[in-house]
Structure formats: C-alpha cells, structure tokens
Design a protein around this ligand. Structure first.
Ligand SMILES: Cc1cc2nc3c(=O)[nH]c(=O)nc-3n(C[C@H](O)[C@H](O)[C@H](O)COP(=O)(O)OP(=O)(O)OC[C@H]3O[C@@H](n4cnc5c(N)ncnc54)[C@H](O)[C@@H]3O)c2cc1C
Length: 716
C-alpha cells in the first residue's frame, strides 16, 4: 500500500521516473453523481498518476439526497424512501466495484455486495375505483441475471415481443376471469364469451410478426410495423367494444381490461412514433398521459393507477402540486419499460442498512483507498467564471466557506460512528472533533442547511492553475442561481437550464411501530406501495432494517414504515437569508404526516386503530413512548421536509430535456457537470441517472472512454 492508502502498482511506481505534475480536480459536492466521477477519476494507477482529486462537501456527510444518519436507538433516518430498481446496471456495477475495493473482512457486517442489496419483488398500487381504494398487488418473478451485469442487448423487436408476451398472459387470465365472473353471477352473453377468440387472434398474429422480425426473417421493417400497429389498434377497439361494459363491478376484470389496454396503447405509441429507433427523447416534448391518449388508451386506463404510477413514483408534479401532474412521455416510457422488462435478478432492491451506510460509506471508502481527498465542512459559495482572451471562458476561482475548525486538522475529519460494528454516518456532526462543537450544539446549528445563520470560520479562495485545474460541479441545479451567477451571465444555456430544469420540495416520515404488519391488518407480504392518497402517496415496509438499528429489547419496534411524497411549494427556493424557511416547511411536513395517520392509514393498516375508537389511529403503537397521549406521541418519530436548493427533487417535465446541458458541453473550458439534472439520458431524478452523469463527467474531464450500459438503446 502507498502512504495514502491507495493500491500500489509496481510498474507505475518505478523509482527512476520523475513525478509528473498531476492535474488537480476539484469535485464540488459529494452526492451519487460527484462521487461516481471521483471514483472513476481515481480508478487505475495511471489515472491516479495523472489526477489529484479533492471532494468539497458541505457539512459532515456524503450522499446528498441519498444521505442518511443514525438517530436515537441507532435508528436509520433517511431523506425519504430509497430503493434501487433492478435495471440500475451502471449503479450496481459501480457498487460491486466499491465493495471489492473496500475489501471488508469476511466477518464484518455487510462485507459483500450480495449482503448489502436485498431483493424486493412485491409492488403494490392503490387505485381509486368505484368510489373506494382498491389494490393491485404485483409479484414480479425473479430471473437469474446479476445486478450490475451488462445490459440485455434490447432491440426494438425484443421489447415489442416481451410486451406482447405479457399481454398474451394477461389475455389468458382475462379469458378465465370471464368464465369465473359468469359463474359468480355476472351476466355474460354467449357472444361475450365466444368473442374472445377475436382478441386472441389479434394478439397472436402480432406476436408471430414480432418473433419473426426479431429472428431477422422479415426484411420489410416499415411494412411489418404497420401490420403490427393495425392489429394492436384493432385489439384496442375489440377491448372497448367487447370487454369494457363487463368490468364495472368486478375488480379483477377491471384490472385485466386496464392492464391490456394500457400495455397495448403503449405499444401502439412506441410503434406509431418509432420511439425505439428514433429514441425516447423524440417524444419527450409531450406529457405521458396525453401521449397515451393520443395512441388510443381508454379513459378508464388513463384514470387508473397504471397510467398514474410513474407520476407518483417520480413525484412528477409541477411545484409539487398533485393537481398539476406532468412528465415527459419519453422519460416515463423509458422508466416503465426498464423497470418492468429489463431488471436484473429482481425488480427492485432495498438496502440492508440505510442508503448512506450501504451506498455512500463504500463509495467513500473506495475513493479514499484510491487516494481521493475529502474536505468535509466545506461549503461552496461561488464558482467564478471569466473570459480571458480568445476561446472558451473558464472557471478561475472557487470561493469556499470553511464552516468549522477541526481539533486535529492534520488527521482530518473522521466521519463515522459504528452501530453493531457497521460504519455509519451520524445524524449530526461528530462535535468532539470540532473546535466550535459546543457552540454549534448550543445554538442548534444545522451545518447542512442552505438557510443556516452560521457564518463560516474562514473563506478559502481556490485559484485556477494553482489550486485546481479542472472542476467537476456536482451541486444540483436549483443551487446554480446562487452559486454560479457569472456562469449564467456568460452563457445563455446556463440561464435556460437554471430556469427550466424543474425541481420540487419533498417530504417524508418514518414510523416505528410495536406490532407486526400482519397484526396491523396488512396481509400481503412486505410491500413497496405507491399510487395512494396525495401528497403522501408512497409507502415502503422497511422492517428488515430493524436488526441493523440499535433497539434494546423487550420494547423494540416490530415494524418500520417509510412514507414519502412531494411537498407543494415555490418554483424556486427562497434565498439563504430566509433563515426560518426550513422550520416552517418542517412544520408543514409534520402536519401532513399527522393528517395521513389520522385520516388515511386505515386503508393500508385497518387494524392500527384504537380499540375503543375504530376511526382513530392508535398513537400508542408508536415506539418509543414519550409518555405522551395522542398525536403528541408522534414527536418521537422522524419526519423531514427536503427544501434546500440541493435537496429538491429533479423532475423530467415535458420538453425540459432541451434545457439540460451535457457534461462535455458546459461552455467552460475546465468545467464538467454531473447530477440527475444534467443531460444524462435518464431525466427522472434517480440514482442511476446520477451515476450515468458521473460517468459522462469522467469522460468529459479526461477525454477517455468509459462504457455506459444501455447508453446506445435506452438513454437517448
Ligand atoms: C425523497 C426522495 C426519494 C428518492 N428516492 C429515490 C429512490 O428510491 N431511488 C432512486 O434511484 N432515486 C431516488 N431519489 C433520487 C436520488 O436521491 C437522486 O437522484 C440522487 O441522489 C441525486 O444525486 P446527485 O449527486 O445528482 O445530487 P445530490 O444527491 O443532491 O448531491 C449533491 C451534493 O452536493 C452537496 N452540496 C450541496 N450544496 C453544496 C455546497 N454549497 N457546497 C458543497 N457541497 C454542496 C450535497 O450535500 C450533496 O452531497 C429520491 C430523492 C428524494 C429527494
């Protein structure tokens, strides 16, 4: 090992070669995107010889929107509810590498990738049908693919064939559903039952065409597309004419009808607009549901949770307002196809501890081993660009506030606490390492907050050509107007990006409950559920985390539940002088959490009510007790409002892809950018898009190739 802990390569460390002057790269921000770039910039001995990488991070922990902390009882406290979808090929590949590089002893907790990411196969959705909430429960079948392996080489016809095969299975269920309905007294004519032959024929013919086309047996692609399109449009007409009138009082028939209508309308759109050959971005200017309607989706399926689910999952609500939902059709379709068709192993994965512990500790450890430096408590105040002479302007200064003095600056900040031997991020800075620790505690200062009244103890001004050569900007887009005024002045594309790439506030709460899920009245597995009442539309059971927390028996909780959704609010975050803004928003998040438990939890957990009052949530279920009665008991739980500019969730509003900037086209000579808000090909706010952006930033910074899985087919 070298002095700085990075793995040593004997050839590149040859004694006779004079050390080359390394390029200094300043990475601003320590979220998923920026850490991906830092990781790849330090990945090989050659890169380590060429680049010296420093990450500047506000506050005490990495992870940004995915950051987490350990609170009382070692409990996990997140920004919201986080999972990795099974199609996150690039994020999983990165995590696999990090676990290898980190190289924990085999007996350590979460020593390997496979121990850290756990399958999640059950997705549930709530649908408001016939005046009440009804439930879709979709158990996804697992497959033998490894998360993080190369993509499946999808082509237009493999996708079409797969969708048709799913439709075909649903159709078989529709046939048996109709027979069962007739036996249960639903009035069906003989024609109703026999007409299914027509629907079946249309689907089978389309499937045969797709199989032949995939096998390369048919050359005339255009003509074939037209034939499949014609069959699918006739199928939609058949559904409307023969099935729509039968479904009213039968939820299973409703589900099968809507499922088929939704699938086939998507297929019609894909083929009619040649989405898979022209790229998903070719339809990004349209709203997804408007696009679906244009291609024949019925009003019933447009109202159903199937069409709505991507809006909820991606919190796609203008200014967080559930009544103004919008998402680019390309982004929505891409995400739905990827989630449903291309997962590796399991449809989704949860973390075996918090996201911070499972994702950002290994990223930090791997980067550190590879020689990346971390400067915690460094708040970027301004990125200064200048045009000097001919050519592109460049970043000439970085103004960075040093928030605290460390007691042992020569050692640096050591960021972890240990819960059951697992290194974890704490929920607050480790004050005993900080000179101003007591003052921070006394004044209740939140060093992560953009709105903190705390003034940095000193300012560092980094100069180009001396302190840095290149900048990787990984701080989210809503911060750009505050941190990058000169970039916006010099470059209209930056003004457009800052104005148009939309972000929203979010809210979340977590509750620890003394009874298990079944005894609360939930009977179908451990769900990830969405589509429920706004604004808290999503719930995940996270009970598997309990063994990683530090609860003392016998009063340990038996269920942990995370709830999350948009928090309606201003289009742009207010300025940093609004010191009271976070507290006011946090109060709103509290009120919303209480209102949810008061009014809405009963649909999910019908037995969580008070024994003597069946309409009221039993607040005594919440653990631990604070000896208070009623709603006051909630004060022991965890809730938050994510309202800082950099905490705001990135939306893929229709047409706003055009306002995004590619990491290699920033307009500034020594600057690349990364984040879920840049032009990364996956515009919905998600870890996979962030990781891809970090990989694109690596390419931009080095000019070197780096393979991005799915790039040629999915991310365009
Ligand atoms: C509630 C919620 C739930 C989500 N659920 C999921 C999910 O289930 N699955 C999924 O894939 N994605 C999910 N996402 C999205 C995902 O978290 C983001 O897409 C991803 O974390 C973005 O990474 P990033 O690096 O682009 O930005 P960020 O994570 O925001 O990172 C930005 C970094 O910059 C730092 N920073 C900010 N200001 C400064 C400054 N002035 N100086 C220095 N550093 C600064 C921040 O502290 C942070 O480290 C969710 C997001 C939210 C808000």
């Amino acid at each position: 090992m070298s002095d700085d802990g990075s793995p040593v390569d004997s050839e590149s460390n040859s004694q006779n070669v004079a050390p080359r002057k390394k390029k200094k790269v300043a990475v601003l921000g320590g979220g998923a995107a920026a850490l991906t770039t830092a990781y790849y910039l330090s990945r090989t001995p050659e890169l380590r010889d060429e680049y010296e990488v420093t990450v500047f991070q506000v506050g005490w922990r990495l992870g940004g929107k995915g950051a987490s902390g350990r609170g009382p009882n070692g409990r996990i406290e997140e920004h919201g509810l986080h999972i990795f979808w099974g199609f996150y090929e690039n994020a999983f590949a990165l995590m696999r590498e990090c676990y290898r590089v980190m190289d924990r002893p085999p007996t350590a907790p979460l020593a390997t990738f496979d121990q850290a990411f756990l399958p999640r196969d059950l997705i549930a959705m709530e649908d408001f049908v016939a005046g009440r909430w009804q439930r879709w429960v979709v158990p996804f079948t697992s497959n033998s693919r490894q998360p993080g392996s190369e993509g499946d080489g999808s082509t237009t016809w493999t996708v079409v064939e797969t969708v048709l095969r799913i439709a075909r299975k649903l159709f078989d269920r529709l046939k048996s559903g109709l027979t069962a309905a007739a036996q249960q007294g639903v009035t069906l004519t003989a024609e109703d039952l026999t007409s299914t032959a027509e629907g079946e024929r249309l689907l089978d013919q389309a499937l045969a065409h797709a199989v032949a086309a995939k096998g390369g047996q048919i050359a005339a692609e255009e003509a074939l597309v037209e034939q499949v399109l014609d069959l699918m449009r006739r199928f939609l007409q058949w559904l409307a004419a023969r099935i729509a009138h039968l479904i009213e009082s039968n939820f299973l028939l409703y589900q099968l009808y809507v499922g088929l209508d939704f699938l086939v309308a998507n297929l019609v759109g894909i083929l009619a607009d040649k989405v898979l050959s022209k790229g998903f971005n070719s339809i990004e200017g349209q709203d997804y549901r408007a696009w679906l309607a244009k291609h024949g989706a019925s009003s019933l399926s447009l109202r159903s949770v199937l069409s709505r689910v991507i809006y909820d999952a991606a919190m796609s609500m203008i200014d967080g307002d559930p009544d103004r939902q919008a998402i680019g059709a390309g982004s929505a379709l891409r995400a739905l196809l990827r989630i449903g068709l291309t997962y590796q192993g399991h449809v989704a994965y949860e973390f075996a501890a918090s996201m911070g512990d499972v994702v950002f500790v290994p990223l930090y450890e791997a980067c550190k081993k590879q020689g990346v430096r971390f400067e915690f408590f460094h708040r970027v105040e301004e990125v200064v660009a200048e045009r000097i002479g001919e050519g592109k302007p460049r970043i000439t200064k970085l103004r960075i506030g040093r928030q605290v003095d460390l007691k042992r600056p020569e050692v640096g900040y050591e960021p972890f606490i240990y819960v059951k031997n697992l290194p974890c991020w704490p929920d607050k800075p480790l004050y005993d390492q900080i000179v101003q620790g007591d003052q921070l505690i006394r004044e209740g200062i939140d060093l992560e907050s953009f709105y903190t009244p705390w003034r940095s103890v000193s300012e560092r001004v980094l100069e180009v050509d001396k302190d840095f050569d290149q900048v990787v900007y990984g701080i989210p887009v809503a911060s750009v107007p505050f941190l990058c005024p000169t970039l916006m002045k010099l470059n209209p594309a930056w003004r457009r990006m800052a104005g148009e790439v939309a972000t929203i506030q979010t809210q979340s709460f977590q509750i620890w409950v003394s009874r298990d899920l079944r005894s609360l009245g939930w009977t179908v597995g451990n769900p990830l559920l969405t589509g429920y009442v706004e604004p808290i539309d999503t719930w995940a059971d996270m009970t598997n985390l309990l063994p990683r927390e530090g609860w003392a028996q016998p009063n340990a909780p038996r269920t942990v539940a995370y709830f999350c959704g948009p928090l309606p609010g201003p289009k742009q975050p207010p300025p940093p002088t609004e010191h009271g803004f976070p507290a006011a928003q946090r109060k709103r998040a509290l009120d919303n959490a209480l209102s949810f438990l008061r009014n809405d939890i009963g649909v999910l957990w019908p037995r969580s009510v008070q024994p003597n009052n069946l309409a009221v949530f039993d607040w005594n279920l919440l653990v631990p007790s604070n000896e208070q009665l009623g709603e006051e008991r909630f004060k022991t739980q965890y809730w938050r409002a994510n309202v800082d500019p950099s905490e705001r969730y990135t939306l893929a509003l229709p047409g706003t892809d055009k306002a995004r900037i590619r990491p290699d086209q920033t307009g500034f000579a020594n600057l690349t950018i990364c984040g879920d808000w840049v032009d990364n090909g996956f515009y919905i706010g998600a870890a996979e898009g962030a990781v891809i952006s970090g990989m694109l930033a690596f390419r931009a910074a080095t000019g070197q190739p780096l393979h991005i899985s799915g790039e040629a087919f999915w991310y365009r």
